[in-house]
Design a protein around this ligand. Structure first.
Ligand code: ATP
Ligand code: MG
Length: 320
């Protein structure tokens, strides 16, 4: 039995990038009969910068409902904050972590740059992430480049703990997943689409057809009007390349398309066709919030059972 673990932070509203790059692969992994999937909402990670409680609650609820609408109900779905082992193991691991190790983290340096003072949690969250991973004992953790350093830290902490206090943790391998869909921002195709970025260049999963049409219509292309203007060339034509990739990932085809106008119309149709069934299912689930809550409560219960032996072993090894 292999363990598949994915955590999504409710730091914003899920985008088309999250659907193609995360939710779809997460759904595909559920078809592997030898795999056990734990998919969590890492709400604790959404508080490392100043946050609004009501907004966090709303985003968490929306994301919880969207994961169900995206067909992930066969996984164990949970909210991280409802599984106290995450925060507790994070503290135990902090007692094995050096300040220099955290000061080196690129994400901390980037998000803390130019800011006189940050929340302590922005500094320590990689340790929480290590706890998130080690509690479920996955053999392999697939991560994108931006999280690689954090998983390396997870390995360092697990190895150090095992050497110092006894063999408690499975040290996970870091895997780089096959380059998946990487959707770029429509307004700035040199950076990736993000849920925490401003709305203009991100297509959100709950955007209606008119909003999708408007955003795609405004997508940055280029001034090439030649006969072969519609072609993929990431360096010279990042915007057009992105639209072509989105079109294909959404089941459309660019064959016979010669103008940017026609390309944008095709992209709009393909994206809307992907989002409509998801939004229909979302509306049904949103009308029954008690069901959504029950699914996540049940998942958290499962996670408390799964993680308890790991936490207990860590506590005991440390003399608690
Ligand atoms: P944030 O701005 O908060 O970092 P994000 O949209 O980058 O939000 P993450 O929480 O960093 O989302 O990542 C969640 C998952 O979505 C990860 O698996 C990540 O690889 C995937 N993902 C995020 N953005 C994209 C994108 N533009 N294209 C493809 N996959 C993406
Ligand atoms: Mg990100």
């Amino acid at each position: 039995m292999t363990t598949s673990l994915s955590l999504l932070t409710p730091s914003g509203r899920l985008t088309l990038g999250n659907l193609l790059g995360a939710l779809r692969p997460m759904a595909a992994r559920l078809d592997d009969p030898g795999s056990r999937a734990y998919y969590g909402l890492s709400d604790l990670h959404a508080m490392t910068t100043p946050h609004d409680p009501a907004l966090l609650r709303a985003r968490t609820t929306e994301m919880a409902t969207l994961l169900l609408a995206a067909g992930l109900e066969r996984a164990t779905l949970f909210r991280q904050s409802r599984v106290p082992a995450h925060a507790e193991l994070a503290y135990l691991l902090e007692c094995t972590t050096h300040t220099g190790e955290l000061a080196r983290m690129i994400q901390f340096k980037e998000k803390g740059r130019g800011v006189g003072s940050t929340r302590v949690s922005l500094y320590t969250y990689p340790v929480l992430m290590a706890a998130d991973i080690l509690l479920y004992r996955p053999a392999v953790v697939p991560v994108g480049d931006d999280q690689r350093q954090h998983v390396e830290l997870t390995r360092d902490l697990a190895l150090r703990f095992n050497t110092t206090y006894g063999e408690v943790f499975t040290v996970p391998e870091v895997a780089t997943p096959a380059a998946g869909a990487r959707v770029m921002d429509l307004a700035d195709p040199t950076r990736k689409m993000s849920k925490s970025a401003d709305a203009a260049g991100s297509v959100f999963l709950l955007d209606g057809p008119d909003v999708v049409r408007r955003k795609v219509a405004r997508a940055v292309t280029d001034s090439d009007t030649g006969p072969d203007a519609v072609r993929a060339d990431r360096a010279a034509k990042p915007g057009v390349t992105n639209l072509l990739e989105v079109l294909e990932a959404c089941g459309g085809s660019a064959s016979g398309i010669a103008t940017y106008g026609a390309l944008k119309a095709a992209v709009t149709d393909a994206v809307v066709a992907q989002l409509e069934p998801l939004q229909r299912r979302y509306a049904e689930l949103a009308a029954d919030p008690a069901y959504v809550t029950e699914v996540y409560d049940r998942g958290a219960e499962t996670c408390r059972h799964v993680t308890e032996p790991v936490l207990a072993a860590a506590r005991a090894a440390m003399g608690l």
